[in-house]
Design a protein around this ligand. Structure first.
Ligand SMILES: Cc1cc2nc3c(=O)[nH]c(=O)nc-3n(C[C@H](O)[C@H](O)[C@H](O)COP(=O)(O)OP(=O)(O)OC[C@H]3O[C@@H](n4cnc5c(N)ncnc54)[C@H](O)[C@@H]3O)c2cc1C
Length: 805
């Protein structure tokens, strides 16, 4: 065993072996994989080996496509067969909603270059004669679906890595991970200690234990999962070709051919989290006892859908555990706050995702950032709020919903309410309908009298439509109030604060009492944040950005924090309060403060520390609604007093509360983008229009400067634009293809109904040369082509008189 390596990968399942291979492939060969037992000793050996490209996140779907295409390369390089069966697969739709979902997926695949297509019940019957298509409306066929040999594939990764110089140490459990002052690791194993610059936790079923070794909890949990293998079935072996995969979401099952019979697995409702108190260290190549009673209902459904099953004997039942994160996507990347410790965990579909996870880790470690945005599987999408109980409840929910339709407006019920602000009970009394983001309850809208306290999950306009319209109108014609707790907030202070911010932000650093908007860029010039910077004093700033990006942004801040002179504090839960917005907002604020808040004394993009109601508040004159407005921040303890002050004074001004749905509608009228929709690491400042906030001429060499200067000189190939859509009862959500002259030329990032101007709006990217005011396009919404007109000015107040007034 070596005494020093650049990277120690812990865990020899399919994921660890893929990480090892990709590190070596990208040029780091002084690396080793350390495995407790033999390769595949966790969940890998008993997997059903299926693979597919479907994922609601387009970038993860693309990485799944990469994984599937990689297998040929592995076989060639290693000489080891992966046992590939590229048989294709069809997902059935038994309801109109499911068909809508499949249509939306198909539309998305068009610009991703995936060759899926919708199929009729008759076509399904031809593909899979054993399927009873009664009640089936249609399906989605993916020629890339298939299955493989899990052990052979893992060995193929390992052999490829070895060929490139990587080492693998078997039967050697890692017992301790000790951090050295320089951030490197002493990896203490049964066979001795290896010094490693980086460690990768690819511990699969034991990922939680490898997290505990460094004092962290990774939000994942193992779940039991069962599949059955039947005896030979004549309808299968006499088919003359290999039977394709059939996913039957209504029956919560997946099916494929195994030998001369069938393999069928279930994601049942009566599921069990496994090893709640930790994975036993001696758990090895064994299976869990069968629990066929749990899948009784699903089996009955399957007998009806695939009648041959009723006659087939069961040869084998596999019940094994594997791990999930709360949203079912992997946990990948550098763990915030633990230097040089990487997560490659919670990969629940190792044979669809393992290659993509390995590639992502290798690019991130060696090149500094992955090629594409991977936020949907970034370990930093979760924060400190994700407790063990939260993770377990969400993981259970995710397992149960594996085959449930995900509606874009849906709020999932498990582990709620969890984190709340003091205003939660006030909103509840006012009929608030809540959502949850980053563990926090957030008001989506306020139900109208007599309406249910629940938004119907739908791809089309929901029962919340009228309530949201009224909230938007109140903001535009009088004044609205909403919370500001769904911003991440950071206090940056110290003698070095201004200079440091100047380096990590691409925009201008404001003078005392002023605000500025600034993109934060990666070295490659990609957007990793859009911040409002408020300068409260010479050496004190308040930064606000997306609430859900806290761990993501803090990781970046900590990685770039100088050893002295800059103090970083996350005050997201300490400084909360309200935003008031609308033409009456100034008059309302004037009633509850002694400060002069006239236009002259408190101009647009200013910040003041002032008395509001009973509290000392930080007030920023800016609002995302695009109207006259103020964000008022007070200590969490003062929130209710502030609420009383605003609402009592607000009566005469027509004050009305509004939620996030209205906020998202209002911002569309101003063509404002939002984090992870329009602004994310897939895009640049030039492409999104955020270049107007880049300070190209500032002398400092800010991160991403070279890249952004280059792009400015060359001009971007595509740009974010606004479209007015001739929609019917469904507006865009995200990822719909944009067509011109029968060709897909772009894609939608987000959109919806802009209630005040009464137009359906989409934001999305199209090639620069097509951008012209009034240019005609079509956007595919749920399988229908809808005419769309490109507009180059915001629908409301293009000269920003409302905001500045
Ligand atoms: C019944 C069943 C069916 C499935 N079907 C499919 C399917 O059809 N398609 C699909 O893609 N996925 C399927 N899966 C999921 C798949 O098995 C996982 O996605 C995959 O195995 C995860 O691999 P991994 O490398 O992350 O973890 P694991 O396979 O659990 O590997 C972790 C490794 O780390 C080692 N390790 C842990 N701690 C230490 C330590 N301290 N020191 C050294 N080594 C350590 C372990 O010994 C183990 O070998 C299925 C799973 C089950 C249970």
């Amino acid at each position: 065993m070596k005494s020093h390596v650049k990277v120690a990968v812990i865990g020899g399942g399919v994921v660890g072996c893929s990480v090892l291979y990709h590190l070596a492939k990208l040029g780091w060969t002084d690396i080793a994989l350390i495995e407790r037992s033999e390769l595949t000793s966790g969940s890998t050996w008993h997997a059903a080996g299926g693979f597919h490209t479907l994922n609601s996140d387009t970038n993860i779907a693309a990485l799944q496509g990469y994984t599937i295409r990689l297998y040929k390369e592995l076989e060639e390089l290693s000489g080891q067969s992966c046992g590939l069966h590229h048989v294709g697969g069809v997902t059935l739709a038994g309801t109109e909603d499911r068909m809508d979902y499949l249509k939306a997926e198909r539309a998305k695949h068009r610009y991703m270059g995936l060759d899926t297509h919708l199929v009729t019940p008759e076509e399904i019957k031809k593909l899979s004669p054993i399927t009873n298509v009664d009640g089936v409306i249609g399906g989605l066929y993916d020629p890339l679906d298939g299955h493989l040999d899990p052990s052979g594939t893992t060995q193929a990764y390992a052999q490829c890595a070895r060929k490139l110089g990587a080492e693998i140490y078997l039967r050697n459990p890692v017992r301790e991970l000790n951090h050295r002052p320089d951030g490197s690791w002493d990896v203490v194993t049964k066979d001795g200690t290896i010094h490693a610059e980086h460690v990768v936790n690819a511990g699969g079923l034991w990922a939680r234990e490898l997290g505990e070794m460094v004092g962290i909890f990774l939000p994942l949990h193992p779940m039991e999962h069962q599949y059955l293998i039947t005896e030979d079935i004549p309808e299968i072996y006499e088919l003359g070709k290999e039977h394709p995969h059939v996913m039957d979401p209504e029956g919560e099952s997946y099916l494929r051919q195994e030998g001369r019979g069938i393999c069928i697995g279930f994601y049942e409702q009566a599921c069990d989290p496994w090893a709640v108190n930790g994975t036993p260290l001696d758990f090895g190549h064994e299976l869990l006892p069968n629990k066929l009673d749990r899948i009784g209902d699903s089996m009955e459904f399957a007998f009806n859908r695939f009648p041959v099953l009723e006659r087939a004997g069961i040869k084998n039942v596999i019940n094994g555990p594997f791990t999930f994160a709360p949203d079912g996507n992997p946990l990948v990347g550098p763990v915030p706050g633990v230097k040089n410790y990487w997560s490659a965990c919670a990969v629940m579909a190792g044979f669809s995702q393992g290659g993509g996870v390995g590639l992502t880790i290798a690019e991130w470690m060696i090149e500094g950032e992955p090629t594409q945005d991977v936020f949907a599987m970034d370990v930093a999408r979760y924060g400190d709020y994700s407790s063990r109980a939260y993770a377990r409840k969400k993981v259970t929910e995710n397992y149960q919903r594996r085959f449930t339709i995900s509606y874009p407006n849906e709020e999932l019920p498990a582990a709620r309410p969890y984190q709340t602000t003091p205003a939660y009970s006030v909103w509840k009394e006012r009929n608030a309908v809540f959502g949850q983001g980053y563990g926090m309850e957030v008001v989506n809208y306020f139900a109208l009298d007599g309406e249910p306290l629940h938004e119907t999950p739908s791809f089309r306009r929901s029962n919340a439509f009228e309530a949201i319209a009224q909230e938007c109108n109140a903001v535009r014609t009088a004044v609205g109030i909403t919370e500001v707790h769904n911003f991440g907030k950071y206090k940056i202070s110290g003698p070095g604060a201004a200079d440091w911010l100047d380096t990590i932000m691409a925009g201008r650093i404001p003078k005392v009492g002023r605000l500025s908007l600034s993109p934060m860029l990666s070295p490659k010039g990609r957007l990793i944040g859009d911040f409002t910077i408020a300068r409260l004093a010479d050496q004190e700033f308040q930064l606000t950005a997306s609430f859900g990006a806290q761990a993501y942004h803090l990781r970046w801040f900590w990685d770039h924090q100088p050893t002295e002179g800059v103090h970083i504090e996350n005050v997201s839960l300490d400084r909360i309060g309200f935003q008031i917005a609308g033409p009456n907002a100034r008059d309302l604020l004037a009633k509850i403060t002694t400060e002069d808040v006239s236009k002259e004394a408190f101009s647009f993009m200013s910040v003041k520390q002032m008395e509001v109601g009973l509290s000392d508040a930080i007030v920023q004159r800016v609002t995302y609604t695009g109207d006259l407005g103020y964000e008022i921040y007070v200590p969490a303890t003062d929130q209710i007093a502030l609420y009383e002050a605003i609402t009592n004074a607000g009566v005469e001004f027509g004050l009305r509360p509004f939620g996030m749905r209205a906020m998202m509608s209002l911002r569309l009228e101003k063509s404002f983008g939002s984090w992870l929709r329009e602004y994310k690491p897939d895009y640049t400042a030039e492409e999104t229009g955020l270049d107007r906030f880049v300070s190209y001429n500032k002398p400092v060499d800010f991160i991403g400067k070279a890249a952004v200067m280059k792009e400015k000189a060359e001009g971007p190939k595509r740009r974010l634009c606004t479209f007015v859509v001739d929609a019917l009862d469904a507006d865009v959500w995200a990822d719909e293809p944009i067509w011109k002259d029968q060709k897909v030329v772009g894609f939608v990032t987000s959109g919806g109904y802009a209630h005040y101007v009464q137009k359906s709006v989409a934001l999305g990217f199209v090639p620069t040369e097509m951008i012209e005011d009034g240019a005609k396009f079509e956007i595919e919404i749920l399988g229908e082509m809808r005419p769309a007109i490109l507009i180059t000015e915001p629908l409301l107040d293009p000269t920003a008189m409302r905001m500045r007034g």
